[in-house]
Every structure is written in structure tokens, then in C-alpha cells.
Design a protein around this ligand. Structure first.
Ligand code: ADP
Length: 624
């Protein structure tokens, strides 16, 4: 698996490569996003320099030549530039803030697309989905990963320009000569050594301290993740989820949640974050502050000494002090943001590991012939299948041919392989051995999406959307109303539609998104709606996995007696526990421990006295 926990930061080279990929990824998802952020930073960093320079010139003029006209020009220039930069800055910031606010949309889109494009076998595998859960948890909790990257990179650019501006405005400090009488004074040399030494000291020490606190924080983020998981679940999720409301009250799970939370919370008592703030983070912050104050003192000393000995005017003192402090500040930012970026790279790598999960299913390119006569024939040829990572075969040597337009029932005890058989048929998984053919061609050779379009499936755990009725059934904003109504009628929803759907096809299901408009739907109604949805798709194959499990006996009877109407000329496959429903089918396949052990009509199989007859008799005891 790609999600190995890496405690040590990556090398600078790896850091560069990983961050470069993430930059490209973000720029592709949202072109222009970084341009705006960079512009804001650069403007913010450079405008103080402009003011600093102009006011220094103004002060120099004021304390020396005092020419009125020149003074007036400087004042006007300062006012004009400040106004222009202020307006430009706030406009840019506005734009950037709104772009930044929309970030989670394209960020989620990146993850969503990956989840959708992933081989189903992997999307269905907790090890892979957990990778995404971890990424989302870390970024929601501390911003580590892409969110921090979108702040760090612009800040790094800003720091870079801060350094450049600082150099430009302070360079002449070192070259302008003092009066001849003061040349060679040891005091000046000491001042220079202290100022430069102070700046270098801060430069070396503060990133070291920052690095220390970043490591401590990263380690804590790792350790705090489980606490955070507990907190988010027992802190609020448990109480907010509608489906849990009854359980929470009956079993007083709120009290249990409080107990669990008090043991696992990282933010209170002796939690890891409390310790962290008291310890490493507090100390490093204090030391960094003291160091930078000392450096500032030395810089003032040196600049004032040079001014005292006539190298430049009073105005330039503010310019040099400001520029030098800003330069030192920019350099230290450059280094500490660099360290932050390096620390964050561990989390970016997790993102890339997730996005790099390879697809292994063969991607064919053949188009599926669109046949209006629905003459699609599917054959399982000696198919065996093991789930990834499992030793046991879930299907063994299954050979079967679907005759076009027939109704096939698939029966068998729990775990006998019925659902697995359907998953292979729909190419959610590929067979481990053997092959499945559509019109005599291995289904792997077809374009995946096109192949899937031949099937309509009502899975046992189907999900309807929190959306208007018509849109739910058509999976589209625009739909053919008559067809939707006809499909609902076939699924046995005519009466329900007339009495309950108060706004017709615009009636919203469920009440999550709009409590006023939404209507509540029972399990049985949901199941019929799912059947209607599968009919609207009008695919050549209709697969129904336990289609009547949630229906009452009357509705069940109704669905089965009208099966011919529902299915029309489609090839239908039912999975069912209720053998009484199989009587309506042309052929019944009996699964047992992953194999098809019997095949035939209801009467034929009963007469044979095998597994089917055994299951039938067992059920008949309860039904008759
Ligand atoms: P049925 O639909 O007949 O109840 P299934 O096809 O769901 O049976 O399961 C067949 C066998 O495959 C069972 O032994 C089950 O435990 C196993 N199985 C099902 N799904 C998975 C999975 N995702 N990973 C590993 N084994 C699975």
C-alpha cells in the first residue's frame, strides 16, 4: 500500500518534486488560482517598501535642503501611491478571498473524480477508502495537505519578494562612506559585526526552532488523529444523524459518547495538544521572540552609528532600519515557510499516493453495438473468482448462458455467491479465471462505461437521492414525464403517486434538504421507486437483487404477478430468497458454495428432489 507512515521529512529534492506535482494538480483543477494569490502577496510585501522609500526621501529633504516644491511632490507621491496600492490591494484581496473560499469545491472534485475512476474492487476496499478518509481528516483538522499548501506557496513567494525589496533598499547602507574623520573607527566595525551577526543568528536559529515545532506538531497530528476521529463522531455526528436518533435516545449513547470522548480527547486535560502547547511550542516561540528583539537592537545601533558619522541623512535611518529588519524578516520567513512546506510534504505525499492508486482492470475500447432488438447474449464460461486478498473462491467454475428475453432466478443460501455473480456480470470485478462474453466477445474488450450501459440493476442497498421524484427516477434534470409515470405505474406506484406525491414529479423525496417540501418514504415505497428508476434506464438486462425484500406480502405478490409487464422484452435476472417468486421465472439457477449445482424450471427442480426441493420444502413449512 502506498500510505506508509513517514515520520522523517522528505529531502529538499523530494519536497520540490512532490510540491511541484501538487502545484500542477491544483492549477489544472483551478486555472489562475495561484496567480491571484501570488499577486496579493507581492503587492502586500512591496507596498511598505514604496512608502518606506518615499517617506525617507521626504524626511531627508525636510532635514536638509527643505525645497518646498520637492517636499510637495514627495507628499503627493506618497499619498497617490498609497491610495493606488490600497485600492488595488483590497480589490485583489477580495477576488482572492472568494476564490479561496471556493477551494473546497475543486479540491473535493479532485478526490471525487479519483474515487469514481478507481477500479470498483478498490473503491470497495476499506484499505483504499481509508486512505481518503485519513487525507480528509488531516486536512479538515489542521489544514495539513493541500489546504496548507495553498497558503504556504503564496507566502513563500511573498517572502522572496520581501527579501529582494529589502536588499534593494538596504544595499547602499553598506556602500555609502562615513566622514573621513570616522573612517576605520572600531565602533563602526563592531556595530556592523553585531548587526550582520544578529541577522544571521536569527536566520540560522529560528528555522531550526520552527522545524522542531513543526516536527512536534506533525507527530501530534498523527497521534491526535484517532482522538480527532472520536471527537468528531462522539462530539456531534452521533447526535446529528437522523438515522441514529432513535438508538441514541433508547440506549443513551450520548452518555457513552461522553465517556469515550473524555478518555480519547486530545484537546483537553492531559491530551497531546495541551502538552504540546505547554511544552515545545511555547518554548520555541519565546526563544524566537527574544532573538529577533536582540537583532533589531543591533541593527538600530549600526544604522544610527553610520548616520551619526555623516554617511546619510536622518530620513535614510528609517529607510535602512526598516529595510534591514524587513530583509531579515523575509529571510527568516523564507526559511521557516520552507520548513513548513517540507513538513507539509509528508501529507501531500499521502494525497499523491491516493491519486496514484493504479487501476488494474483491463480497459477495453470496443463499442457496444446499440441494438434495438436487444439481442444481447451473455455467457459465463468456466468463471471462478476470488475477492482481492481472499484465499477462498467466492465463485467456482460457473458456466451459464442467458437466453435473450428470458427471466432467470438465482437462488441459494446466504454466502453462496449470488451477489458476487451479479457483480461479475456488471463488471464491477473481473473474473480470476475463465471469461464472460457479450455476443461472443470477452467483456473486458468493451469500453467499460458502454458495457455497463447494457445493465440496469437494483442492488439490495440501492440509494435514492434527496431530490425531486422525477429527477430521482431519471437521474437527470430534464426527463420524459410520461415515461417516468409509466415506469412508476409498472413498479406499482400509481396509487402512491396520486395520493402522496403532492407536487407531482416535483415532489422532493426525504426532508434533509427542504423540510417543507420533502416527503417521507417507507422502505417498501423506496424499493418500488428503485425498481421504477431501473425501468426508466431501459437497459437490455434488468437485474433485481432481492427486489421485494422490503415489500409487504400483498405488494410482493403484485410485483411478481406483474413481472412480465415490468420486464417486457428485457432479459431479467432476479436474486431471491423467497422461492415462491421463482415460479414466475423461465429458469432457476441454484447456487451453493460458489457453484451452480442445479438449473431448470420450478417444476423440474422440485421433481428432481435436490437442493432446490430442499430449500423449497423448508420455506413451504413457514409459508403454507
Ligand atoms: P450471497 O449474495 O449469495 O449471499 P455473496 O456473493 O455476497 O453471497 O458472497 C459469496 C462469498 O464471498 C461469501 O463467502 C462472502 O463472505 C464472500 N464475499 C462477499 N463479498 C466480499 C468482499 N467484498 N470481500 C471478500 N469476500 C467477500
Amino acid at each position: 500500500m502506498g500510505s506508509e507512515k513517514k515520520k522523517e521529512p522528505f529531502s529538499w529534492k523530494q519536497t520540490w518534486q512532490i510540491n511541484k506535482r501538487i502545484y500542477r494538480l491544483c492549477s489544472r483543477a483551478k486555472p489562475g488560482f495561484f496567480a491571484g494569490r501570488f499577486a496579493v502577496q507581492v503587492l502586500e510585501v512591496l507596498s511598505p517598501y514604496v512608502t518606506l522609500y518615499c517617506s525617507a526621501q521626504f524626511l531627508n529633504e525636510l532635514t536638509a535642503a527643505r525645497r518646498r516644491e520637492a517636499l510637495l511632490w514627495w507628499v503627493l507621491l506618497i499619498l497617490g501611491l498609497t491610495a493606488v496600492m490600497g485600492v488595488a490591494g483590497s480589490l485583489l484581496r477580495r477576488l482572492d478571498e472568494s476564490a479561496n473560499g471556493m477551494k473546497s469545491f475543486w479540491l473535493n472534485w479532485i478526490y471525487g473524480q479519483k474515487a469514481l475512476d478507481m477500479d470498483f474492487s478498490k473503491a470497495d476496499d476499506a484499505r483504499y477508502s481509508d486512505q481518503l478518509v485519513q487525507i480528509l481528516q488531516t486536512s479538515n483538522f489542521s489544514g495539513h495537505g493541500i489546504p496548507n499548501f495553498t497558503y504556504q506557496l503564496p507566502r513563500l513567494t511573498g517572502a522572496f519578494f520581501k527579501v529582494l525589496g529589502g536588499i534593494a533598499l538596504s544595499a547602499s547602507l553598506f556602500t555609502l562612506p562615513v566622514e573621513p574623520r570616522a573612517q576605520g573607527l572600531p565602533m563602526l566595525k563592531v556595530g556592523l559585526v553585531l548587526a550582520v551577526g544578529g541577522i544571521l543568528g536569527v536566520l540560522v536559529l529560528s528555522p531550526m526552532l520552527a522545524d522542531k515545532s513543526i516536527r512536534a506538531w506533525n507527530a501530534a497530528a498523527e497521534a491526535g488523529r484517532s482522538g480527532n476521529r472520536f471527537f468528531s463522531f462522539y462530539g456531534y455526528q452521533l447526535y446529528a444523524e437522523e438515522k441514529r436518533a432513535m438508538d441514541v435516545r433508547i440506549y443513551r449513547q450520548d452518555l457513552y459518547g461522553q465517556e469515550v470522548d473524555s478518555v480519547n480527547n486530545s484537546w483537553t486535560g492531559d491530551g497531546i495538544f495541551v502538552k504540546l502547547n505547554r511544552g515545545v511550542l511555547g518554548i520555541t516561540h519565546g526563544v524566537t521572540q527574544v532573538l529577533s528583539q536582540m537583532m533589531m537592537g543591533f541593527v538600530y545601533l549600526y544604522v544610527c552609528l553610520k548616520a551619526w558619522y555623516g554617511a546619510f541623512g536622518v530620513g535614510s535611518v528609517t529607510q535602512y532600519v526598516g529595510a534591514l529588519l524587513s530583509l531579515a524578516n523575509g529571510l527568516s520567513e523564507l526559511l521557516s515557510i520552507g520548513a513548513e512546506i517540507r513538513g507539509n510534504t509528508v501529507f501531500l505525499k499521502q494525497v499523491l499516493d491516493y491519486l496514484d492508486i493504479p487501476n488494474e482492470m483491463y480497459q477495453g475500447s470496443l463499442t457496444v453495438e446499440k441494438r434495438s432488438d436487444r439481442q444481447y447474449e451473455v455467457e459465463f464460461r468456466d468463471v471462478s473468482f476470488r475477492y482481492p486478498g481472499s484465499e477462498e473462491y467466492a465463485l467456482r467454475h460457473v458456466s451459464m448462458k442467458f437466453r435473450v428475453g428470458e427471466k432467470l432466478a438465482v437462488v441459494g443460501q446466504n454466502g453462496s455467491g449470488k451477489t458476487t455473480f451479479i457483480k461479475l456480470l456488471c463488471r464491477l470485478y473481473d473474473p480470476t479465471e475463465g471469461e464472460i462474453l457479450l455476443n461472443d466477445i470477452d467483456i473486458r474488450k468493451y469500453d467499460y462505461r458502454e458495457y455497463m450501459s447494457v445493465f440496469s440493476v437494483v442492488f439490495q442497498d440501492f440509494q435514492l437521492l434527496d431530490a425531486p421524484l422525477g429527477q430521482n427516477i431519471a437521474a437527470s434534470l430534464r426527463y420524459d414525464e410520461d415515461r417516468v409515470l409509466a415506469c412508476m405505474e409498472k413498479a406499482g406506484l400509481k396509487e402512491w403517486y396520486q395520493t402522496k406525491a403532492v407536487r407531482g414529479l416535483e415532489t422532493r423525496l426525504y426532508q434533509h434538504q427542504d423540510a417543507e417540501e420533502g416527503i417521507l418514504v417507507s422502505g417498501g415505497e423506496e424499493q418500488k421507486l428503485a425498481i421504477a428508476r431501473s425501468l426508466y434506464r431501459d437497459a437490455a438486462f434488468l437485474v433485481l437483487d432481492e427486489p421485494t425484500a422490503a415489500l409487504d406480502p400483498m405488494s410482493e405478490y403484485e410485483v411478481y404477478t406483474r413481472l412480465n409487464d415490468i420486464v417486457e422484452d428485457k432479459t431479467a435476472i432476479y436474486i431471491s430468497h423467497r422461492l415462491s417468486s421463482c415460479r414466475f421465472c423461465d429458469e432457476i439457477a441454484v447456487f451453493h458454495q460458489g457453484q451452480v449445482i442445479e438449473k431448470g424450471s420450478h417444476e423440474g427442480l422440485l421433481a428432481r428432489g435436490g437442493k432446490y426441493a430442499e430449500l423449497w420444502n423448508a420455506q413451504a413449512q413457514y409459508y403454507v
